[in-house]
Design a protein around this ligand. Structure first.
Ligand SMILES: [Zn+2]
Length: 113
């Protein structure tokens, strides 16, 4: 299911994102919060000239804006799976998510809409 394109105003809810950064992200093809969740901080850093720590924060925060809940406990406490492992390097197209409510682990497509 394709999420609707987020607006610049919506992207500005993310940490360290203002008008300029929101527009750059959209120009680079990150049109939805889900696009950001699937992204890699290094790729965003290179494509959008955003420092890696900010790119990481943006991706971490984007998962809170995606439309979906845990299929097991219906919690909305969904995080990127790589956030659970501080030494893990997030991969491209890594849409693995974990529920901090019940520990369910899966992919973004499995979230209940
Ligand atoms: Zn859960």
């Amino acid at each position: 299911m394709q999420q609707e394109k987020a607006t610049v105003e919506e992207f500005k809810k993310l940490p360290s994102v203002g008008d300029t950064t929101a527009k750059i992200l959209q120009d680079e093809g990150y049109l939805t919060f889900e696009d950001l969740v699937r992204a890699n901080p290094m790729t965003i850093h290179q494509e959008c000239n955003i420092v890696i720590s900010s790119a990481t924060h943006i991706i971490s925060a984007a998962v809170e804006h995606i439309d979906g809940q845990c299929p097991m406990c219906e919690s909305h406490s969904i995080k990127n799976s790589w956030e659970e492992y501080s030494d893990a390097i997030p991969k491209d197209s890594d849409a693995e998510v974990v529920c901090s409510g019940c520990g369910w682990y899966g992919i973004i497509e499995e979230l209940e809409k």
